[in-house]
Design a protein around this ligand. Structure first.
Ligand SMILES: Cc1cc2nc3c(=O)[nH]c(=O)nc-3n(C[C@H](O)[C@H](O)[C@H](O)COP(=O)(O)OP(=O)(O)OC[C@H]3O[C@@H](n4cnc5c(N)ncnc54)[C@H](O)[C@@H]3O)c2cc1C
Length: 400
């Protein structure tokens, strides 16, 4: 019996754990460790501040489906791993493994600039999204300028763009749009770079959205400081702001940083080869945001990073599962797919409009890459949400 421990069980870890068990059956024991009892469909958090979703609509208990599929679940925080003893130390107990999958996602680097933690909102956690809901109720009573954007070193720009267009729509619905100067700030060298060096037509499309919605924008800027009533940019420009939402950079989680044996990168990510196996530890694997991905472009004046979105997170979970099964059967040929060669599949909500982004490869050179705007409704984003929640609730991890 081979025991695989999967640390972190949301997009990448849930897929990896269910796939190892599905393929390995009785020859594999799979234990998932996660500090959260809930699976959370993070992409829909951008709708929570605007009352379009409740947290309960986009999350569910994961232990029930895991148990049904034969995966053990330990609700605990993994503190570190001893790679010599092959033991994960948690705040509850120690768990031994033959194979270890690290799928712990990101830690948000709120200290990227003074005041970001204190005065800027962040939509990427349930708590953060709910705090924005409350803050917007107050904002409505006394509207003022708004700054939305991504800080230096950020990589998840798409979500910040989505929030921008959703708040613009919300301002119109509240009949206060004319009272609000809306600013977009980004470290990207051009609008729609997205940390993937853009896509044909993307910059033009985003520029036309900014014009159509009367949003002022600044590219190639970082954040020097956020104060209660303003955002000071690295260009020294000061933007007055009564409400600020920023996407800070992501780094690796403390579990990884506190495990020197993992030889993580300075940012706390796991160095792997194209089969998602650790470069020096043959029984350690990584999937999702935990993977170290080399930047596919040269940043400009202000550093920024690349996106690690849901599709490649799910895909790398599948690749890891397949490879652990192959290794445990004594096979030496492993499945390989570099992160940048995974297809790009993403839907950007633009405030009850959407842009469907498809490419044969995430990173350039690509054979095809298209952005299809749908200005009537965000129907594909909603379908994607419903589909992903359905397949995960059912444990159909093998589906795309
Ligand atoms: C606001 C927002 C919107 C987004 N929108 C989109 C979108 O529209 N489309 C898209 O493709 N992607 C989107 N993304 C990105 C997407 O959410 C990520 O790609 C995906 O969540 C990554 O999956 P993951 O499994 O690597 O990490 P996560 O989903 O973050 O999961 C990590 C898991 O590890 C657990 N964990 C962490 N540390 C420990 C520990 N020490 N012990 C135990 N458990 C631990 C956590 O509890 C969590 O369950 C968005 C992200 C954000 C923040």
């Amino acid at each position: 019996m081979t025991t695989t421990v999967v640390v972190g069980g949301n997009f990448a870890g849930m897929t990896a754990a269910l796939e190892i068990k599905r393929k390995g059956k009785d020859k594999h024991k799979v234990i998932m460790i996660d500090k959260s009892p809930l699976f959370l469909f993070i992409p829909s958090l951008i709708w929570v501040p605007f009352n379009r979703r409740e947290i309960k609509d986009i999350s569910f208990r994961k232990d029930e489906i895991l148990h049904k599929k034969g995966v053990e679940f330990l609700l605990a925080e993994a503190l570190r791993v001893d790679t010599e003893r092959q033991v994960v130390v948690t705040d509850k107990e120690e768990v031994s493994y033959n194979h270890l999958v690290i799928a712990t996602g990101p830690k948000v680097k709120y200290d990227v600039a003074p005041g970001v933690q204190e005065y800027a909102h962040y939509v990427g956690t349930p708590n953060g999204a709910m705090k924005i809901r409350t803050a917007l109720e107050e904002f409505k009573k006394n509207p003022g300028p708004i700054v939305i954007g991504a800080t230096q070193n950020a990589g998840c720009m798409g979500a910040a763009y989505e929030f921008l267009f959703n708040i613009e729509k919300w301002l119109r619905e509240q009949n206060i749009r004319k009272k609000v100067d809306l600013y977009w700030i980004t470290p990207e060298t051009f609008l729609g770079h997205f940390g993937i060096d853009g896509m044909t037509g993307g910059e033009t499309m985003l520029k036309s959205f900014m014009k159509m919605f009367n949003i002022h924008f600044r590219t190639e800027v970082g954040v020097k400081e956020v104060q209660e009533d303003k955002v000071i940019l690295t260009s020294d420009e000061e933007l007055p702001s009564s409400f600020t939402m920023l996407m800070p950079p992501f780094i690796g989680v403390d579990f990884v940083k506190n495990s020197p044996g993992l030889e993580a990168t300075a940012a706390g990510y796991i160095p792997v080869t194209d089969d998602y196996r650790h470069v020096t530890l043959p029984n350690v694997w990584a999937a999702g945001i935990a993977v170290d991905v080399k930047l596919p472009f040269t940043p400009g004046k202000v550093p920024f990073s690349g996106p690690k979105t849901g599709y490649p997170s799910d895909e790398t979970g599948k690749i890891v599962a397949e490879n652990i099964i192959r290794v445990s059967k004594g096979e030496t040929e492993l499945k390989k797919k570099a992160w940048g060669k995974i297809p790009g599949v993403c839907i950007m909500d633009a405030g009850k409009k959407e842009v469907i982004i498809l490419s044969d490869k995430l990173f350039k050179p690509r054979n095809f890459a298209i952005m299809i705007p749908n200005i009537f409704y965000d129907v594909f984003k909603v379908i994607f949400e419903k589909y992903f929640l359905w397949k995960t609730r059912k444990g159909y991890s093998y589906l795309p």
